[in-house]
Write a protein that binds this ligand. Structure first.
Ligand SMILES: [Zn+2]
Length: 280
């Protein structure tokens, strides 16, 4: 069996322009080993979580997956499934998805986006507050650490961290927002440690992708086309990626395409992926 494994960490609503000012050593490490580059949410895609995460997870744009807002109703995920589902259902791989935002993981608000991974964990926030979301993200990180360590060796997974975005919505992009981004980086560090600590790690070919869905206006909020809102980013490192080489014309749909490639799977033309692997 191929020993390639992929971890995708989605951190919601992290502004690219602030990253250089903040203490994010784990993200910096991925950027050094591979790349971290801005991604423009294309003009057809609302700068909202639902559509952007759907593009990340499926490798196709809104015209195909049909997720136009934070309610996922009317989607076409049966035809354009997320990578955790396609890998598990059709390609014989074991996958997971973990997080605390309902429509990504549960049959609520027209969801879930992650339809049928091998393993799924969802943690509900006890309240709709930044503090409650920090607790959720801690639990989500716990769950992901546990899943990464399972003997069944999950091949690919998606971990969703939502506290940064919630903080911006409640408090704007000030000091609390900055601290929330640094907290998300510490959770990323825990996930990387969990992967590195696995007995088979040295023999495994790990790809790590970290991605945000959209930015935020300074006062908090997104959905429009301002530079701050439409600028997202992707960071990745792993086999085939050269330190310091950023893929040209990077797009959210490239994430799922790269997941398949990193696992040694040639995307079937019938999937009509819009994204391309980072290795091009
Ligand atoms: Zn979002």
């Amino acid at each position: 069996m191929d020993h390639a494994r992929v971890l995708v960490v989605g951190i919601d609503g992290v502004r690219h322009d602030l990253l250089t000012e903040l203490y994010t050593p784990h993200l910096d490490g991925i950027a050094r080993a591979g790349f971290l580059a801005p991604v423009e949410v294309d003009s057809a895609t609302p700068t909202m979580s639902g559509p952007c995460w759907a593009t990340v997870a499926t490798g196709v744009g809104v015209a195909k997956h049909g997720v136009w807002g934070n309610r996922l109703d009317g989607h076409r995920l049966d035809v354009f499934p997320d990578f955790t589902t396609r890998l598990a259902k059709d390609l014989g791989r074991r996958t997971f998805a973990v997080g605390g935002w309902e429509p990504l993981f549960l049959a609520r608000q027209g969801g879930p986006l992650f339809t049928a991974p091998t393993r799924l964990r969802y943690t509900a926030p006890r309240a709709d507050t930044p503090e409650a979301w920090e607790e959720v993200d801690d639990r989500v990180t716990d769950d992901a650490e546990h899943l990464l360590g399972l003997d069944e060796e999950l091949h690919a997974g998606f971990v969703y961290l939502g506290a940064v975005d919630e903080t911006a919505h409640f408090l704007g992009c000030g000091e609390e927002y900055r601290r929330a981004i640094e907290a998300a980086d510490r959770r990323l560090g825990r996930l990387l440690d969990a992967a590195r600590g696995l007995p088979g790690h040295a023999a495994e070919r790990w790809t790590v992708i970290v991605v945000t869905d959209h930015g935020h206006r300074q006062e908090g909020g997104h959905g429009g086309r301002s530079l701050l809102e439409r600028t997202a980013w992707i960071a990745a490192c792993g086999p085939g990626l050269t330190a310091g080489e950023t893929p040209s014309a990077l797009h959210h749909a490239d994430v799922a395409a790269h997941v398949y490639t990193a696992l040694g799977i040639e995307p079937d033309p019938h999937w009509t992926l819009d994204g391309r692997p980072f290795t091009r």
